[in-house]
Write a protein that binds this ligand. Sequence first.
Ligand code: SAO
Length: 266
Amino acid sequence: MREESDQKSPHHHRHRARSPITPPPRSSSWLHLFNRMEQFWSGRDVRKNKEMVKHLLSSGVINSKKVAEVIETIDRALFVPDGAPPYVDSPMQIGYNATISAPHMHATCLELLEDYLKPGMRVLDVGSGTGYLTSCFAVMVGPQGRAVGVEHIPELSESSIKNIEKSEAATLLKEGSLSIHVGDGRLGWPEFAPYDAIHVGAAAPEIPPALIEQLKPGGRLVIPVGKISQDLKVVDKNSDGSLSVRVKFSVRYVPLTSREAQLRGR
Ligand SMILES: Nc1ncnc2c1ncn2[C@@H]1O[C@H](CSCC[C@H]([NH3+])C(=O)O)[C@@H](O)[C@H]1O
């Protein structure tokens, strides 16, 4: 086989011959080759990211065009640790007893929050982990809006910034409408409050009062609540400040806890 491929057929040469007025195809540049190799080793493949979106659409997880668009825009492979299959619909370990949520959970939360992620709106992502969902939020609210991630493990915060810098949300991070902060997310992030949307990516035993406080009247909070068996709660703050709460379905998230408890393995 090897001998065969080493033989240069007439076709081989014909492919290489180019008319002098045609610019060389990009595939011949070293930079392109390097990018392809980097993509191969990192498991990145925009076509597979697209296929994942198609699957989420056909299985009815995604119904919104906007949500499909943003998931297509932010390549998931940039946020999944090296060696993990990026487009498989399941959560993955990211170290520090944390996980990146499964694509269907990200999609569900984006759909639940879509109306609260219009251009110019403000969103808080508590337990931002890899930065994947914060980036999706940032793209949806755009440069006039604000997407704020809070993560209590400094190493995860740092690596999330590196992930975002490689993604389509890089400019938003650079220009400041997207920011990631190290802190205890149970206290929210008062600096940019009130928020139209708050998402919590870890399960709280009870809804932290600071998050209710930092939610705008007319805003929505999506939060998993419970210990082992948890409910994904959708909390709407009415214009008079009262709350309407409904349960979307049962979920299993890592706990929203102290840094020490998380690193101890709870
Ligand atoms: N009290 C807390 N404050 C801030 N972050 C927390 C807290 N408790 C847990 N976390 C983080 O919450 C995250 C949940 S898992 C990561 C979820 C993220 N949406 C993603 O898909 O990448 C982990 O990164 C935890 O370190």
